[in-house]
Design a protein around this ligand. Structure first.
Ligand code: PGA
Length: 254
């Protein structure tokens, strides 16, 4: 059984004060939740207050990016050991916004993933096709390429500590969720690549999250797909009530 992960990606939202207020509201709403691991990924400057605010709760903190060198003259960058020392347990790697706006390549995704693992962080590595790629029938080719460049070069010992987020770019922030069936198909394809590279046991244990306009009203249908092992949630993770409602998807299942 794969334990689901519900992770919030705040992107470039919230101040220190807003971060503190968020956890004050969220913690009691999700206090009893044990069916899934919960992760919140605030901007770097809010990691310390998020870690402090989530102390003695069932919520873990992650970062949204990481650089692959441990320390050095890299103005503006943050290393994996720094994140780990600050109390982060997770880190998002290769988000499509980083690929698009900051030119992140498969090689960078690979190096960042290795750096995160070396520091004891759990990477959530994002993959996913753009709209024109889906429309031209290239979805699987794109996923295969992203897997081959960013993930396949890992050793099996490294790969077992990685989660993947399938995030079709056309579904991110657009309100256009992939249908549960479309998402499951992509997850199944990714799992077949993992099987080919790392074997059936590793493939069966790997958690593949879905991301792209996940909301309280579509999470249940998405999670009803056995291929989906959780969600990476952007916009709907900013409000404690809506994030809690997403986490609570099994409640009231019909
Ligand atoms: P969204 O973002 O939920 O706002 O679509 C998801 C993401 O980018 O991880």
């Amino acid at each position: 059984m794969r334990k689901p992960v519900i992770a919030g990606n705040w992107k470039m939202y919230k101040t220190v004060r807003e971060t503190k207020a968020f956890f004050t509201k969220l913690a009691p709403l999700v206090a009893g939740a044990e069916h899934a691991e919960m992760v919140v990924c605030p901007p770097f400057v809010n990691v310390a207050i998020a870690v402090e605010s989530a102390k003695s709760t069932n919520i873990e903190i992650g970062a949204q990016d990481v650089f692959w060198v441990k320390e050095g003259a890299y103005t503006g960058e943050i290393s994996a050991p720094m994140l780990s020392a600050a109390g982060c347990r997770w880190v998002i790697v290769g988000h499509s916004e980083r690929r698009r706006y900051f030119g992140e390549t498969e090689e960078a995704v690979f190096k960042k993933t290795v750096a995160a693992l070396d520091a004891g962080l759990k990477p959530i590595v994002c993959v996913g096709e753009r709209l024109e790629q889906r429309e031209s029938g290239a979805t699987e080719a794109v996923l295969a390429e992203q897997f081959a460049g960013g993930l396949a070069p890992l050793t099996p010992e490294q790969f077992v500590r990685v989660s993947i987020a399938y995030e079709p770019v056309w579904a991110i922030g657009t309100g256009k969720t992939a249908t549960p069936g479309t998402a499951a198909q992509a997850h199944g394809f990714l799992r077949s690549r993992i099987r080919d590279r790392f074997g059936a046991q590793v493939a069966g244990a790997c958690r593949i999250l879905y991301g792209g306009s996940v909301k309280p009203d579509n999470i249940k249908a998405l999670m009803a797909q056995p291929e989906l092992d959780g969600a990476l949630v952007g916009g709907a993770s900013l409000d404690p009530a809506s994030f809690a409602a997403i986490v609570s998807y099994p409640v009231g299942a019909t």
